[in-house]
Design a protein around this ligand. Structure first.
Ligand code: FES
Length: 164
């Protein structure tokens, strides 16, 4: 019968080895530690970004050309870009333009105009707003932000309402 015995290093377990071995060992420790740190950071960073969303930075001004005259038919709408957020321009069946934020006040999905309901609708959780931006059903807790609309020549200009 053959017996295998555990062999130890000729230097022994507690031996720190030559300076070259120490440098190599230290290098591997740093490499493994860095990899572990990078793995932890790649897991923690997205969690933190989800829990603490960045403050909304509106890169645009207070005024934007949302459409051109004649672009919309009555009882239709379009999404336009207002700074870093979407806006919703509606030409009602009554021929009146209305503009509001297209970001749902519930969980920030983009809302859309439902011409069949003559309401603004959020598909995410079936929230609805009336044409004045008021939340009328579903989970949205607040009205949509309303904008002023002016027809200037051939352009439909949307302007953020100023606080009094
Ligand atoms: S995000 Fe619009 S209803 Fe929930």
């Amino acid at each position: 019968m053959q017996v295998f015995e555990a062999t130890t290093s000729p230097r022994g377990a507690g031996d720190s080895g030559s300076p070259r071995d120490n440098v190599r060992r230290r290098f591997i420790q740093v490499l493994l530690g860095g990899g572990l740190l990078a793995s932890a950071a790649s897991f923690i960073y997205p969690v933190l970004r989800y829990l603490i969303p960045p403050a909304a930075t509106d890169m645009g001004g207070d005024t934007v050309v949302a459409a051109r005259v004649g672009e919309l038919k009555p009882n239709t709408a379009k999404i336009f870009r207002f700074g870093s957020r979407p806006g919703l321009l509606i030409l009602g069946a009554d021929g009146e333009y209305r503009a509001m934020s297209a970001t749902c006040t519930h969980l920030s999905c983009t809302v859309q105009y439902r011409s069949d309901l003559k309401q603004v609708w959020c598909a995410c959780h079936n929230g609805t707003y009336d044409l004045a931006g008021r939340n009328v059903s579903g989970p949205p807790p607040r009205p949509l932000e309303l904008f002023d609309v002016h027809v200037q020549g051939e352009e439909i200009v949307v302007r953020r309402k100023r606080e009094a």
